[in-house]
Design a protein around this ligand. Structure first.
Ligand SMILES: NC(=O)c1ccc[n+]([C@@H]2O[C@H](COP(=O)([O-])OP(=O)(O)OC[C@H]3O[C@@H](n4cnc5c(N)ncnc54)[C@H](O)[C@@H]3O)[C@@H](O)[C@H]2O)c1
Length: 370
């Protein structure tokens, strides 16, 4: 049952994502006080002043506040230390994806949290998007028959700043984790094989960071369903995030609406009708709000974390397989990644709602050790 207690939340990070979360947090009726801090103190102060929130000049001061929970929206390479510090202080944490820039860091965080006394929620906001939820329900209902194909795309209109790229972990870990998490979550099946290709035809900063600006991924799920993921940082038409679930009896398509940045060249069938999505905050505003409203309920103990670190690690293992596949030009089995990096079962982390890993169908995936 949702909580009625108003809470005090800290927000670490006032950049692109932090600004969205700051606006949400200051308008949630269940949040009494928001305290914002950033390595760039002026940025935090400006955000707090704009929104009527409180301001902490640095992270140490933020942690000295009486926080009921902490929202982390700093650069990815700072996530592990902030998660660990909050959990060790007994503060429930919401942290943006991904948990870390590499798999060593992600596994270390998950190990650290194994006996955590407070919950951790990772920011896979697509789990709160009405379209993805409808697709999951359609698949679980059996209405689509048996699935043969999942197609997902995540196309950014323009690349983020080069400093962001350098600290992001790369396209598969930064961007692809959303698609990998969704493929697992909507189908209730695990990804078992990956083959990935990447390309660099944009800014030189991608190659300098050993990253790619565009990628194509083929995946196989444990029930034989095939999936493809297409990603780029250069989609001039707009911000395009979609998923198609295609089955023996029907299909479910997420993200296809009057604002999809698609230009149909069919006579008399023009798309889009409205202003195409241009940014992630525009496309997922509802989902970002819902995930933080749920985090307040997680903080008060009304519900368990709907998306724990083990889910983040599962998606990250797929990203890792893609990175290895791209470098070595071969199909990579997820078992190879698990055997190399995962030492012991993950299920001992703080209780979750149980909706995080499977669709709850009778034919859902068998629990695995990653
Ligand atoms: N869920 C989503 O859809 C989504 C979308 C965009 C970004 N993100 C994630 O959000 C995080 C932030 O991304 P962004 O686009 O806002 O980046 P950004 O570069 O715009 O902002 C990052 C902010 O973190 C601050 N910062 C960095 N290290 C810090 C530290 N140690 N302590 C305090 N502040 C620190 C920076 O000064 C900056 O203001 C990333 O992990 C990214 O993966 C998620």
């Amino acid at each position: 049952m949702p909580s009625e207690r108003a809470v005090t939340l800290g927000l670490a990070g006032a950049g692109r994502m932090g600004a969205v979360h700051a606006e949400t947090l200051t308008t949630l009726p269940t949040v009494a006080t928001v305290v914002i801090a950033d390595a760039d103190a002026d940025r935090a102060r400006a955000a707090a002043t704009d929104l009527g929130a409180e301001f902490a000049p640095d992270i140490d001061t933020l942690f000295a506040e009486q926080l009921d929970g902490l929202v982390v929206a700093t650069a990815t390479d700072s996530h592990p230390a902030l998660i660990a510090r909050a959990v060790d202080a007994g503060i429930p944490v919401f942290c943006e994806k991904p948990v870390a820039v590499d798999i060593e860091g992600t596994v270390a965080v998950v190990d650290h949290l194994r006996h955590a006394a407070v919950p951790v929620q990772i920011g896979f906001q697509r789990r709160f998007d009405p379209g993805y939820r409808a697709a999951r329900a359609a698949i679980a209902s059996g209405r689509l028959g048996w699935l043969h194909t999942i197609r997902t795309i995540t196309l950014d209109p323009a690349p983020p700043p080069s400093e962001y790229i350098a600290r992001s972990g790369g396209l598969f870990r930064d961007c692809g984790v959303h698609d990998f998490d969704m493929i697992r979550w909507v189908t209730g099946h695990e990804i078992v094989e990956a083959y990935a290709m990447g390309a660099n035809r944009g800014a030189a900063s991608f190659a300098a960071a050993e990253d790619v600006d565009t990628a194509a991924v083929s995946l196989r799920l444990d029930d034989g369903t095939l999936a493809t993921v297409s990603m780029t940082r250069y989609n001039g038409a707009g911000y395009d995030v979609r998923l198609e679930a295609l089955g023996s009896r029907g299909n479910a398509v997420v993200g296809l609406n009057h604002r999809s940045p698609l230009e149909s060249v069919e006579p008399d069938h023009g798309l889009p009708i409205g202003r195409p999505y241009q940014e992630f905050m525009d496309r997922f505003r509802v989902a970002y709000r819902r995930e933080l409203a749920v985090f307040v309920d997680v903080v008060t103990g009304a519900v368990g974390s709907p998306c724990g670190p083990h889910d983040a690690l599962e998606a990250f293992c797929v990203a890792e397989a893609c990175e290895l596949s791209r470098h070595e030009h071969r199909v990579v089995e997820l078992a190879e990644i698990h055997q190399r990096w995962i030492r012991s079962p993950l299920r001992a982390t703080h209780r979750s709602t149980g909706e995080s890993t499977t669709t709850g169908r009778a034919r859902g995936p068998k629990p695995r050790t990653c």
